[in-house]
Design a protein. Structure first.
Length: 547
C-alpha cells in the first residue's frame, strides 16, 4: 500500500512540474530569466518603484539605494516623482556587473533588489569633468576638458519652440559649458512667462515649500540630458537674486527649505554626468543669506553628491572666500582682471585652483557697462585669461530685431562676432599638451604660456609689433633645441607657418634666445605658437631658478 501511494505521489509531482503530461497536452518550455539591464559606464541607470502617495511623500518618505560591484559601493538618495512613483538614479563609475538594494521607512519601497551591467561608454561619453593638474579640468577617462563656456540664464524656462531653437544654436556653437538657472528669472517673463514652477502652490508667490512640482524638475532634467547628448556641461545655478521685483520668494527661502531643495535636486540630477553645481549667481546680491549660509549649503552638497561633481559660487561685487574646501574651482566675475593676463593670473596664484572667468563682461549693446564689449574685446579677454592659465565665459546682450530676445537671458540665436573666434581658440587649446596652458614665467613675462620646453603660446594682445626676437624663460629648455613657429591671427582665424625653424641658445641667467627675429603683421590680436621639434640627446634641460 505504501508503494502504491508513493508511486501516485511521484506521478502527480511529475505531472505538476511539467515532466509528465497527459496525452494530447502541450508542454510549455521553462522561460529563461530576463537578462539584467545594460547601461553604459557614466550613463544613467534608473529604478522606478510604486509607493505611497498619501500624506506628504516629499517629507514623510525616505528612500535610498546601495549599489555595489563587489569592490566599490555607492549610496544614492531616491526621490518622489509624483503620482505614487519613487525613483533612484545611478551613474556607474566602472564597467561590469552591479547589484543594488533599496532602503526605506516604508515597506513597499524597502529591500527591493536587482542588478545590471555597465558596458563600455559610447563615443562622446568621457565621464564627468573634474579638476586635473591643479589648475585645469579633465574628463573621468583622462581626456582633457578645455572650457569654452557661455551663459543663458533662463533658456530652459522659455517654452518648447524657443528652447528647441536654442539647442540647435548650441549644437552649432563652440560652447562646451552652459551656465543656467534652476529657478526662472524675471527678465523676459512678459513675453515668455514660465509655465512650470518648482513648488506646488499658486503663482506667483503662494508656494507650499514642502512639496516640489515634479513636472518642473522633469523638464529641467530633460534639458540637462539634451546638453549632455551635445557634449555640453550644465553648470546649474541653484540661487539667484533676480526675482525681487516680482516678489516670487524664491530668493529668500529659509535654510531648511534650501536644504530640502538641494537634496531633491542632487537626488534627481547627480546621476547626469554633465552636471556642475553653482550655489549662486552674484551671491552677494542675495541679501537674505550670509556667508555662513553659503558655506553650510556648499558642504551639504559636497556631502550628499555621491559623484563629487564640480562646485562653485559666483560673485557680484564682493569676492567670496574661494579657499573654502568645498569649492572645487573659482567661478568669477571680474572684467578688469580679464582684460590683461598679468591681472588674471593673480587669482590663480592666490587660490591654487582652476579659475573660470564666467563673467568677464559680455559682448553687447546694453546701457550697462558689463555688456558693452565689442567682439574683438571679448576675444581679447578670452586670450588674456588663457595666457594666464585660466578659462573664459561668454554671453551676449544683442537684442533680436524681431522679438527682442537676448542670448544672455533667453538663448535662441547667437548674433555676436566672437563665437566663431572662440571656436578657433578652442582648436588652439585642443592642440595644447595634456597638462593645459600654464604661465611660463609668472614673475616676469605674462604674455607667454604653455608647457616648458615643449609648447608655447605667445600673445601680444593690443600691441602690434612688426617683429619679435623669441626669448623664453629657461625652464625645460636645452641648448640648441629647435622649434617650429606659427603666426596666429586671433581675429582672422588664420595660422601661418614661419618657414625657418627656431634654434635657441642660453642668454644670461634666465633666458634662452633664438638667433633671428620673427616678422609679424604689425596689428593687434596676434599670437605665436612654438612647438618643439627635437630634444637633443645628451643635453640636460635647464631647471627653473630660485629667484
Amino acid at each position: 500500500m505504501m508503494q502504491i501511494r508513493l508511486t501516485a505521489w511521484l506521478w502527480m509531482a511529475c505531472l505538476l512540474s511539467g515532466l509528465l503530461a497527459p496525452a494530447g497536452a502541450t508542454t510549455q518550455p521553462a522561460q529563461p530569466p530576463s537578462p539584467p539591464a545594460v547601461v553604459e559606464q557614466w550613463g544613467l541607470f534608473e529604478i522606478s518603484l510604486p509607493g505611497p502617495a498619501d500624506g506628504n511623500p516629499f517629507t514623510e518618505v525616505q528612500l535610498s539605494g546601495r549599489f555595489t560591484n563587489g569592490t566599490q559601493t555607492v549610496d544614492v538618495d531616491g526621490f518622489y516623482d509624483g503620482e505614487g512613483v519613487y525613483k533612484l538614479r545611478f551613474m556607474p563609475p566602472r564597467q561590469g556587473r552591479w547589484t543594488w538594494v533599496t532602503h526605506s521607512n516604508r515597506w513597499p519601497l524597502t529591500n527591493k533588489q536587482g542588478e545590471f551591467t555597465a558596458s563600455p561608454p559610447k563615443a562622446g561619453n568621457h565621464g564627468p569633468v573634474g579638476v586635473r593638474f591643479q589648475h585645469h579640468f579633465g574628463y573621468a577617462d583622462g581626456t582633457p576638458y578645455k572650457s569654452i563656456g557661455t551663459t543663458m540664464y533662463s533658456w530652459a524656462h522659455r517654452g518648447e519652440a524657443l528652447e528647441t531653437q536654442t539647442l540647435k544654436a548650441l549644437a552649432a556653437s563652440p560652447f562646451n559649458k552652459v551656465r543656467m538657472l534652476v529657478f526662472p528669472q524675471t527678465a523676459g517673463v512678459d513675453k515668455h512667462p514660465p509655465t512650470l514652477w518648482p513648488f506646488a502652490g499658486t503663482p506667483p508667490k503662494n508656494w507650499d515649500y514642502t512639496r516640489f512640482n515634479p513636472a518642473f524638475f522633469r523638464h529641467l532634467e530633460q534639458r540637462v540630458g539634451q546638453l549632455r547628448d551635445l557634449g555640453i556641461e550644465a553648470d546649474l545655478i541653484l540661487h539667484h537674486p533676480y526675482d525681487d521685483k516680482r516678489e516670487w520668494g524664491l530668493d529668500n527661502m529659509p535654510r531648511e527649505v534650501d536644504d530640502r531643495y538641494a537634496r531633491y535636486l542632487v537626488a534627481r540630477l547627480a546621476a547626469y554626468r554633465n552636471v556642475w553645481w553653482s550655489l549662486a549667481n552674484e551671491f552677494d546680491f542675495i541679501r537674505t543669506k550670509t556667508d555662513a549660509d553659503w558655506q553650510h549649503l556648499g558642504r551639504l552638497i559636497q556631502q550628499i553628491d555621491p559623484y563629487g561633481h564640480l562646485r562653485s559660487i559666483h560673485n557680484g561685487k564682493r569676492m567670496y572666500n574661494q579657499a573654502e574646501d568645498w569649492i572645487t574651482h573659482v567661478s568669477m566675475q571680474h572684467g578688469m582682471a580679464a582684460a590683461e593676463a598679468n591681472r588674471a593670473v593673480l587669482f590663480r596664484e592666490a587660490w591654487r585652483k582652476p579659475v573660470v572667468f564666467d563673467e568677464l563682461k559680455y559682448e553687447g549693446r546694453h546701457d550697462r557697462r558689463w555688456a558693452q564689449l565689442t567682439g574683438r574685446q571679448m576675444v581679447h579677454a578670452f586670450w588674456s585669461v588663457t595666457i594666464a592659465g585660466s578659462y573664459g565665459g561668454h554671453s551676449e546682450f544683442i537684442p533680436d530685431p524681431l522679438d527682442g530676445t537676448i542670448w544672455l537671458a533667453q538663448g535662441k540665436q547667437l548674433r555676436g562676432e566672437s563665437p566663431p573666434r572662440l571656436a578657433f581658440l578652442k582648436t588652439i587649446l585642443d592642440a595644447a599638451p595634456l597638462e593645459g596652458i600654464d604661465p611660463i614665467d609668472a614673475f616676469e613675462d605674462l604674455f607667454i604660456a604653455g608647457q616648458p620646453g615643449r609648447h608655447y603660446l605667445v600673445y601680444f594682445g593690443d600691441r602690434a609689433p612688426t617683429e619679435w626676437l623669441p626669448k623664453l624663460y629657461l625652464t625645460g629648455l636645452r641648448d640648441g633645441q629647435r622649434f617650429k613657429a606659427e603666426i596666429i591671427d586671433t581675429w582672422a582665424m588664420t595660422i601661418t607657418p614661419v618657414k625657418a625653424s627656431l634654434q635657441f641658445k642660453p642668454q644670461g641667467r634666465y633666458n634662452f634666445v633664438a638667433a633671428q627675429p620673427i616678422k609679424l603683421p604689425g596689428q593687434p590680436g596676434i599670437a605665436l605658437r612654438l612647438t618643439a621639434l627635437d630634444t637633443p640627446a645628451g643635453a640636460a634641460a635647464r631647471p627653473a631658478l630660485d629667484d
